[in-house]
Design a binder for this molecule. Structure first.
Ligand SMILES: Cc1cc2nc3c(=O)[nH]c(=O)nc-3n(C[C@H](O)[C@H](O)[C@H](O)COP(=O)(O)OP(=O)(O)OC[C@H]3O[C@@H](n4cnc5c(N)ncnc54)[C@H](O)[C@@H]3O)c2cc1C
Length: 489
């Protein structure tokens, strides 16, 4: 648990070390975008970062930004998309009640793409057209969600929106992106103080957040913030107490994504002044069965020997549906023609089987269940339509002996996951209390807030970096407006 102190009243602050316009807590994608925007608006901004360098989980990430609505990359690759089409898809796949944020996420997507590129974040005009979790071969666009998956493919026109930062071979795109973003901030002179943890908030008599208490080398100091404090301190993925309470299955068996400072400091700071939390059990996990993509032509069954999903679902959706099965047990059944080893998830190869009875006995599924499932599936394949789960016809193929099985159960595989819940904030990045009212002076952006996707079956890879960059900027604009005088001074 990070050290977090209760709020202190402004009148009780012994002395202010410094006063700024905007104080940003954390220097990942969300904090950096907030800081750049505020600095460019002429505000006196200060970033306090607990680690010895900026980047956070953002710099560890694969560097996929979920962007659309007709970005230059989409257009150059021959895909049509509009903000309304992007919204139609996200509205269909997510259950977020935050309509205003969802709208703005889509409407400002093209400008967000242009802005990121103007900072030097590289996106190549080339599409990767196969199913993948991420690409490291340089292509700048791929499908990272459920756009081709039933029923969503019928609710919006298909367009890939996973904007993949072009990494350099093994270097992840997130590192490349953050080098560009932090490099721009440094060139433009955004002030940052490292190895300084914000451990508490300062409030005035009206309950407005007017500053922070920071700790560096064991010494506390206070920084006042005239226009606001932006919490951009990242997720609580590495806080086992919080994840154990809200997502016990993956907390127990899975591997959290992030770095040690993703320990919920932002969430806990918000709590001290009454910011509401939402979607706390939401998480996106992955132990993708693909690549190789031919494995999608197999079937996934549960401990009852029954299918329960279209196997072409986005890997986060797959994980969510597997987690809901009895014991979170699932098996991937292939045949000889499509056999291959899944590249992710360390899934255990169970065995090859010539005989369905033998396979049922080995997997301990009810006698006759797999035989029935395979017969039903093969009949659907012959008819050209997966009547049960509507797997896309591209992935339909009759399965015949000999078979092979991988155990893709949550307790037996390496599921990597990240939380999707967190502080409640609005479309301006304002932190909200339980009644939906803004907590004056306080903003919350990035992974310390709840994502637009409430759970893994709603998520598309890239929605986190994309939201952090958007709402970071919007919080800064809302807090500082333009503080330059008309003559630009
Ligand atoms: C391996 C991996 C792959 C991923 N791939 C993708 C992807 O391709 N696309 C995508 O959208 N998402 C991806 N994610 C998730 C995504 O990286 C994060 O959700 C996102 O980067 C969060 O950004 P952030 O700015 O909110 O937080 P972070 O980038 O984590 O930054 C938070 C910063 O706050 C600092 N901090 C914490 N506490 C304090 C404190 N008390 N005082 C001061 N500073 C503090 C931290 O040190 C950190 O630098 C991935 C994550 C991982 C780990």
């Amino acid at each position: 648990m990070p050290v977090i102190e209760p709020p202190i009243r402004a009148d009780d602050v012994p002395s202010w070390e410094r006063t700024v316009d905007l104080l940003v807590v954390g220097y990942g994608i969300a904090g950096a975008c907030a800081a750049i925007e505020a600095h460019r608006a002429g505000a006196d901004v200060l970033v306090l970062e607990r680690a010895g360098a900026g980047g956070g989980a953002s710099a560890l990430s694969q560097g996929q930004f979920y962007l659309g609505g007709g970005t230059d990359v989409q257009t150059a690759c021959g895909y049509e998309d509009t903000p309304d089409n992007m919204y139609a898809f996200l509205r269909a796949v997510t259950t977020t009640p935050d309509e205003a944020s969802l709208r703005v996420f889509c409407e400002q997507s093209v400008s967000r793409f242009d802005w990121l590129e103007s900072l030097g974040v590289p996106f190549r005009r080339e599409a990767y057209t196969h199913k993948a979790v991420y690409v490291r071969s340089g292509e700048g666009l791929l499908t990272t969600g459920n756009e081709k998956v039933w029923p969503f493919r019928e609710q919006a026109q298909y367009a890939p929106r996973g904007h993949q930062v072009s990494g350099d071979g093994p270097i992840p795109g997130g590192y490349v992106a953050m080098q560009a973003v932090l490099g721009t901030a440094a060139t433009e002179g955004v002030p940052v103080q490292y190895e300084t943890a914000v451990i508490g908030l300062v409030v005035d008599d009206d309950g407005r957040v007017v500053g922070v208490r920071a700790r560096r080398d064991g010494v506390d100091s206070f920084v006042a913030a005239r226009r606001g404090v932006v919490l951009a301190a990242g997720s609580f993925n590495l806080n086992a107490d919080i994840t154990g309470e809200h997502m016990p299955l993956f907390s127990r068996y899975g591997k959290p994504l992030g770095e040690p400072t993703n320990d919920g400091a932002g969430l806990l700071l918000g709590r001290t002044v009454g910011v509401a939390e939402t979607g706390m059990s939401g998480r996106v996990a992955t132990a993708s069965i693909y690549p190789p993509e031919d494995l999608i032509k197999g079937i996934i069954v549960n401990a009852n020997g029954e299918r329960f999903m279209p196997e072409d679902a986005y890997h986060g959706r797959q994980a969510n549906l597997i987690a809901k099965q009895p014991g979170a047990i699932a098996y991937l059944i292939l045949d000889e023609e499509i056999f291959g080893y899944p590249q992710h998830g360390s899934h255990t190869f169970v065995d090859g089987f010539d005989d369905v009875d033998e396979m049922e006995a080995r997997l301990a599924v009810p006698a006759g269940s797999l035989r029935r499932t395979l017969a039903d599936y093969n009949a659907d394949v012959a008819a050209g339509e997966d009547s049960a789960f509507h797997k896309h016809p591209d992935w339909l193929k009759e399965l015949t002996a000999p078979y092979a099985v991988f155990d893709i159960s949550v307790p037996h595989s390496d599921y990597h996951w990240m939380s999707l819940g967190g502080l409640r904030a609005d479309e301006f990045g304002r932190a909200l209390d339980a009644s939906g009212e803004p907590v004056p002076g306080l903003y919350a952006v990035g992974a310390c807030t709840a994502h637009l996707a409430q759970d893994g079956d709603e998520y598309a890879s890239g929605m986190s970096l994309a939201a952090g960059s958007l709402f970071g900027r919007r919080a800064a604009v809302h807090a500082v407006g333009s503080v330059r005088t008309p003559d630009g001074n």
